[in-house]
Design a protein around this ligand. Structure first.
Ligand SMILES: *Cc1c(COP(=O)(O)O)cnc(C)c1O
Length: 457
């Protein structure tokens, strides 16, 4: 038996995405369409458009997580509907955030007697705003209590990430960026005395400078501030921007004191979504003790019939990233984080050695001692620029950025490669091969004439 039913044109359905009416037109870009469309077709067409984005696994410019396990994806999907701010409705998500703060306070050696406080954020940028605000409020309170003017706050730092420039502009603080000295990869402690004064709300020390990937010497910076206090009476706190280093140094340099082991360190921020191995959208801010966080900045939200203090710029925010952070901390443990970061560091050092051996490059940072990364510049008279090299590498999908160093080394152009979880040794070996091939092409007058790799045995 066969029932032959002639389908009408409207109900025929278009199983093939590329024969559907929507696929035969340019997608609406500036106005919402009048009618509805088949969800699968819309999904597939948008997915196809996104293929034009760079491949995140080959994005060697980013510090951020580009590889996520199936378990993380499942937890993220299961918490799509959870709002981090609704502490009363999602008490276990709030509890998991609290556990993460405890774990990080412990990882960063918060004092045993301490009433360490902290919170999750959307990233280090939001954490920097919160930590900067706390510094500004405390400075102002102290100035007003002493009957002194409190209208010209400044923040002293080296080559900081743009979030600190934003903090300074948004919250009306003078940013005193100390110029880089020749050969320096970050702030040098002896420079501080020229920039710190009675209006300095704090000094930002960077554990993993964005431009060079090196650590600034936090302990020596703290010591220089001790000397400044002895000479001038200005007691200036340190905030450590450990966006990347906060999840690397505890595992690869456990004996390096950069954290709450230094009494002058008041607060620390880190990006869970960088070397913290959480998916995008997770950062952390932690204060040594509750008294460093002015009460006026903390809001009480209703929580299981009680009050829970919150300090955040956002209100609604997804809860999944924090849950995935907790997963990563439990799943890997200290041993797992150490192995992941060590594997990245070993690969970065392998790349540094290959790059050094190629000839035209001068290493600025060789992947040893700080972040799993390499930064380098070009020796004089190479006949091409690092921007040319970035472009050559782009033809193979590699995203390796070139940019000028900050003042006063802005004449130096550098290139940087970040090795992260999921960027493997073989991938980096293929990158190094492509850099060598690009050098051959650029050396041929930069014509981009195809270089024929031989088939040697
Ligand atoms: C990435 C980074 C930031 C900004 O962090 P987000 O998590 O991207 O907001 C701040 N400081 C440093 C040193 C960084 O590397």
């Amino acid at each position: 038996m066969a029932l032959h039913r002639v389908a009408t044109k409207d109900s025929a359905g278009f199983d093939d995405v590329f024969a559907s009416p929507l696929s035969e037109q340019v997608l609406p870009k500036y106005r919402m369409p009048e009618g509805q469309a088949d969800p699968k077709v819309v999904h597939d067409l948008i997915s196809d458009e996104l293929l034009l984005d760079g491949n995140s696994a080959q994005n060697l410019a980013t510090f951020c997580t580009t590889w996520n396990s199936d378990e993380v994806r499942r937890l993220m999907a299961a918490s799509l509907d959870k709002n981090m701010i609704d502490k009363d409705e999602y008490p276990q998500t709030a509890e998991i955030e609290r556990r993460c703060v405890h774990i990080l306070a412990d990882l960063w050696n918060s004092p045993a007697e301490g009433d360490t406080m902290g919170c999750s954020t959307t990233g280090s940028s939001e954490a920097a705003m919160l930590a900067g605000l706390a510094l500004k409020w405390r400075w102002r309170q102290a100035r007003e209590a002493a009957g002194q003017p409190a209208d010209k706050p400044n923040l002293v730092c080296g080559p900081v990430q743009v979030c600190w420039e934003k903090f300074a502009r948004y919250f009306d603080v003078e940013l005193r960026q100390v110029p880089l000295e020749p050969g320096a990869t970050g702030l040098r402690p002896h420079q501080l005395a020229h920039h710190v004064d009675e209006n300095t709300i704090g000094v930002v020390a960077i554990l993993g400078v964005t431009f060079t990937c090196d650590y600034e010497p936090v302990a020596e910076i703290a010591k220089a501030l001790d000397a400044i206090q002895a000479n001038t009476g200005h007691d200036v706190p340190v905030h450590v921007d450990a966006a990347s280093g906060g999840f690397v140094a505890p595992f690869l340099r456990p004996d390096l004191p950069w954290d709450f082991r230094l009494p002058r360190v008041a607060s620390i921020n880190a990006s869970g979504h960088k070397y913290g191995l959480a998916p995008l959208g997770c950062g952390w801010a932690v204060w040594r003790s509750a008294d460093l966080l002015p009460e006026e900045l903390v809001f009480q939200v209703n929580y299981l019939g009680g009050d829970m203090p919150t300090f955040a710029l956002n209100f609604s925010r997804p809860g999944g990233e924090v849950i995935a952070q907790y997963y990563a901390l439990l799943r890997l443990g200290r041993e797992g984080y150490r192995r992941v970061q060590q594997a990245c560091a070993d690969t970065a050092q392998y790349l540094a050695d290959r790059i050094r051996d190629m000839g035209p490059f001068e290493l600025l940072y060789d992947g040893r001692g700080a972040l799993p990364a390499v930064s380098y510049t070009l020796k004089p008279n190479a006949g091409f620029s690092l921007y040319d090299l970035s472009e050559q590498l782009r033809t193979r999908g590699w995203q390796v950025p070139s940019y000028p160093l900050p003042a006063a080394r802005q004449d130096t152009t550098v290139q940087r490669v970040l090795v992260r979880h999921g960027v493997g040794r073989d991938e980096i070996a293929l990158l190094a091969d492509d850099i060598e091939r690009s050098l051959t092409r650029l050396g041929d007058g930069g014509t981009g004439a195809p270089h024929q790799p031989g088939f040697h045995h």
